[in-house]
Design a binder for this molecule. Structure first.
Ligand code: KG4
Ligand code: ZN
Length: 380
């Protein structure tokens, strides 16, 4: 089989990204244009602004990905684009652009599920390191700003997935972002909380995360014939942090910190540390500990229940240092191999989209030109 160069395009949320990946195993270029600066003043992603920024960035980002890869529009073998899940308007920018390009160039176009992209980021990472083989079944925790899902993954001609856990309310990354916003730490919250937590005592405040009953039922409470479920819930912990702030009268310090951080164009760890007293650092570290413990405990419980051979942890929150350490320790005790993408491949990127497209390219599973964005697309 000759090498196949796939141009991947990703625009599901607040990153406009394009990449060229060779045969699903080698990143040739990987360009990510982050819109964080645009959304930062609002403390979260503003959908209309995201679409506008994608429109501005998409053509130069794709051109740069081709130039970095020393490829041309004509030389790539196929195009791949994220179909969903994500923001409808944001997805449409990438899809319209990819469709027009595929039509003009007469190249095949592959529609990719963003969550499958995150799972294939792990495979891409390992293939690049020369580890192409995994033992199945694989259990994948996809944990990001929009998602907290557990999938059993099977490899066939194309991959297939069974969802055995999801969040009932907030995604884990969303909880990181909301708690950071609440504490005046800016946006996005995950990376800041990650770095600050190392400076606090994680056993100071005890936060519980709900253990969902009826684990053998689906999200509508209907008994599941497909085996036990391992669902998550993170809206309560955010409220618990708010209660702590109120009962410990932290509001004035938070307002001061928010103003100081907002005045800095690119705050450093030292700037954040200077704005946080010990009580805040302990609170942040305790919050992160509770999140990490819950993600690790539920994932490993699911791994035991389904007797999986391998665990993948992927998505923006998989960049978290404590999450990686705790997963590695806990999985090692159970003799279970656990794999993460490198940090740049954990957060949104288009290399993972081009990698996930490769098995579909081999199977000639191409998208019809009338396919459209699916904001709530599920993974099967
Ligand atoms: O995968 P991603 O880039 O976009 C989505 O598909 O949602 O994930 C972004 C999310 C944000 O919520 C961000 O706060 C979180 O991932 N995140 C982290 C870290 N880096 C990014 N959360 C915890 N620790 C981190 N180091
Ligand atoms: Zn994502």
């Amino acid at each position: 089989m000759p090498d196949a160069y796939i141009l991947g395009i990703e625009s599901s949320c607040d990153e406009t990204a394009a990449a060229v990946v060779r045969s699903g195993e080698q990143i040739v270029s990987n360009v990510v244009f982050s819109q964080i600066a645009t959304h930062q003043p609002y403390g979260g992603v503003v959908p209309e602004l995201a679409s506008r920024e994608h429109l501005r960035a998409i053509a130069p980002v794709v051109r740069k990905a081709l130039a970095d890869a020393k490829q041309t529009y004509q030389s790539v073998d196929a195009l791949a684009v994220t179909q969903g899940p994500g923001l409808a308007g944001a997805l449409l920018v990438g899809i319209s652009y990819a469709k027009a390009l595929a039509f003009a160039l007469d190249k095949p176009l592959i529609a990719v599920n963003h969550l499958e992209g995150h799972i294939h980021a792990v495979l891409l990472e390992e293939r690049q390191k020369g580890n192409p083989e995994f033992n199945f079944p694989v259990l994948a925790l996809v944990v990001s700003g929009g998602h907290t899902h557990l999938y059993l993954a099977q490899q066939g001609q194309v991959w297939s997935y069974q969802n055995i856990g999801r969040t009932r309310d907030d995604a884990a990354g969303e909880a990181f972002d909301k708690v950071a916003k609440l504490l005046g730490l800016g946006y996005p919250g995950g990376p800041v909380i990650d770095r600050l937590s190392a400076h606090g005592n994680p056993i100071t405040v005890s936060f519980g995360t709900p253990q969902i009953k009826h684990r053998d039922r689906n999200e509508r409470g209907i008994p599941s014939s497909e085996g036990p479920r391992f669902d998550f819930s993170y809206s309560g912990i955010k409220t618990a942090v708010l209660r702590y702030v109120e009962t410990h009268n932290l509001q004035a310090t938070i307002t001061g910190r928010r103003q100081k951080i907002a005045a800095l164009s690119n705050p450093t760890l030292e700037d954040y540390l200077a704005g946080c007293d010990k009580e805040t650092l302990d609170l942040v570290a305790s919050f992160q500990r509770a999140m990490v413990e819950d993600l690790v405990a539920k994932t490993l419980a699911a791994a035991r229940a389904y007797d999986v051979a391998t665990v993948f942890v992927t998505g923006g929150v998989a960049a978290n240092q404590e999450l990686r350490q705790r997963f590695e320790q806990a999985a090692a005790m159970e003799g279970l191999p656990v794999f993460f993408p490198s940090r740049p491949l954990s957060t949104d990127n288009a290399a993972m989209i081009a990698a996930a497209a490769y098995p579909k390219f081999l199977a000639q599973d191409f998208a019809p030109l009338d396919f459209s964005a699916e904001a709530g697309l599920g993974l099967k």
